[in-house]
Design a protein around this ligand. Structure first.
Ligand code: SF4
Length: 388
């Protein structure tokens, strides 16, 4: 199938929807089970790949991201089958980033084996280094296990390691959060992602009466956390992400730039663009995903039966590109926008953009429209202003 034309760089996302147990704050698409259908799941992903790959054949594969769920529970042999097939299917850029999300605790996967099958970036679900907070979050590991995992990963040869940290937990103070960041920095990851805790109505922690720290305190944590991380050599490059330029996540950077991605597996999301329109596909969740036949949708693109399909027309697609761009420090690439939409963002959203500029929330550069240091904390709100 390999052929090279003009879709440009794109990423593949693999969703592995299984976990050992459900964390009390999680509303991610995952199920807790001891019986993971390892071989069967890989087989169905390969079946989906063989049918859907054609829509991305003109692109250049620059990233594979294996997320979940807890994809480190996937048998490496089965994961390798899927990765090999993806690499055989597409033309790749020089060194595609291949990320695996990995959780501390439980039966440990061999890190050496992960390197052998081609994983070159780990994203570790540390979440906290405080055992009391980890118990509150009902994580199945403690801080020591998270520390050991990061250190071992580096020892066996991983040179690109992200650590996820949650802040704004019930009862957490500003100084406690900063202390967590300092302890994380001692592990010298190459990339840090920090997320404010949010609890949906369905989250067991919410139903048990817990609430995240109040929004003002969370805002203080974000600001002080950014200062601390930047002083330590981890510049902010997106609302929640901090890393030296060489270690920015290729996968997420492609997404924020509005590049296409192919999502495979239960609950995986895909995006591809056709002119000024965008097609988004959300695969059915587990277990509906399994055995569901593949069909052709309205754009004659193959999809798994039961997928939710959304077509964003010109206006919605333009909005989405700005929405994603304003999450990043570098902001929206005006030239890429003009090439795709036959007009400048100022032609389409002029009065709203000028208003945000007058409030010092965005900068209007020749090539880029970017949030200011203050504006990036309001990235979602900034984009919503464009709709009014
Ligand atoms: S390990 Fe991750 S995906 Fe699984 S339940 Fe916990 S937070 Fe959700």
């Amino acid at each position: 199938m390999k052929e090279r034309t003009s879709l440009g760089p794109f990423g593949v996302y693999l969703h592995f929807p299984f976990c050992r147990s459900k964390c009390g704050y999680s509303d991610f698409a995952s199920v807790a089970t001891e019986e993971i259908p390892q071989e069967r799941y890989a087989r169905f992903l390969l079946r989906e790949l063989s049918t859907r790959a054609e829509s991305y054949a003109a692109g250049e594969l620059c990233s594979i991201y294996v997320g979940g769920g807890t994809p480190s529970l996937w048998d490496p042999g089965e994961l390798a089958r899927v990765l090999d097939d993806i690499r055989r299917t597409f033309v790749s850029c020089a060194e595609p980033e291949i990320t695996l999300e990995i959780n501390p605790g439980g039966a440990g996967v061999s890190l050496e084996r992960l390197i052998k099958i081609g994983i070159n970036r780990l994203s570790v679900g540390v979440q906290s280094l405080d055992d009391e907070m980890l118990r509150l979050l009902t994580r199945i590991h403690d801080g020591a296990e998270a520390r050991t995992l990061v250190l071992q990963a580096r020892r066996v040869g991983f040179t690109n390691i992200n650590c996820d940290l949650i802040f704004g937990l019930p009862g957490q103070t500003l100084s406690h959060h900063l202390e967590q960041l300092r302890r994380l920095l001692e592990l010298r990851p190459t990339h840090i992602s920090t997320y404010a805790l949010s609890l949906s109505e369905k989250a067991p922690l919410r139903r048990a009466g817990f609430a995240p720290a109040d929004p003002d305190l969370q805002a203080e944590m974000m600001e002080a956390g950014r200062e601390l991380l930047e002083e330590a050599g981890y510049p902010q490059y997106e609302v929640s992400n901090f890393a030296p330029e060489a270690y920015r996540s290729v996968h997420n950077t492609l997404t924020w730039a509005g590049r296409p991605y192919l999502g495979l597996g239960a609950s995986a999301h895909s995006m591809c663009a056709e002119g000024s329109s965008t097609l988004r596909v959300a695969n059915p969740p587990w277990p509906d995903y399994l055995e569901a036949p593949l069909l052709l949708d309205a754009w004659l693109v193959p999809i798994v039966q039961g997928s939710a399909v959304e077509i964003l027309d010109g206006h919605a697609a333009r909005f989405e590109m700005i929405f994603l761009g304003l999450r990043t420090v570098e902001g929206l690439d005006r030239r890429a926008y003009r090439e795709r939409f036959d007009g400048d963002p100022l032609d389409h959203f002029g009065s709203s953009l000028l208003e945000l500029f007058s409030h010092d929330l965005i900068s209007l550069g020749e090539d880029r429209i970017a949030p200011t240091r203050r504006g990036i904390w309001f990235a979602d709100e900034l984009a919503l202003r464009l709709l009014t």
